[in-house]
Design a protein around this ligand. Structure first.
Ligand code: ZN
Length: 124
């Protein structure tokens, strides 16, 4: 029952539409840490509940690295970049990959995800 409810919420917020000069591009979910745009689920749903998905690129697990290791998106990103910005799941790494280009995807996340523990009050 709980799972079904969460699934529905994720579906509702599942597609991010980004306008480009040439038209509309529909993206999968963007990782708020590294900008990887192939996440299969929203990292946090509209209530801020975590997906527990692990990003193929930076390896951040939504609901673990934040809640249990105390990282914010920024502290984890800085740590990951200073450690060499290596791919967590090597098989997903494109042949040509530009970290700075990928980081720009983060700006496309509107509004930025707010995990439940960072919310001051419920918005719904
Ligand atoms: Zn990531």
């Amino acid at each position: 029952m709980q799972l079904l409810l969460k699934y529905r919420v994720v579906i509702r917020g599942s597609i991010e539409v980004v306008w480009f000069t040439g038209g509309i591009k529909i993206l999968k979910h963007i990782c708020p840490i590294c900008g990887y745009e192939e996440l299969t689920q929203a990292p946090y749903d509209t209530d801020g509940n975590e997906s527990f998905e692990i990003c193929d690129c930076c390896g951040f697990e939504f609901g673990f690295d934040d809640v249990h290791d105390g990282h914010t998106f920024e502290t984890y990103r800085n740590k990951w970049i200073s450690a060499g910005a290596t791919w967590f799941y090597k098989q997903s790494e494109p042949e040509i990959w530009d970290l700075n280009q990928q980081l720009k995807n983060i700006e496309k996340i509107q509004p930025m995800y707010v995990p439940f523990y960072m919310r001051t009050k419920s918005t719904e």
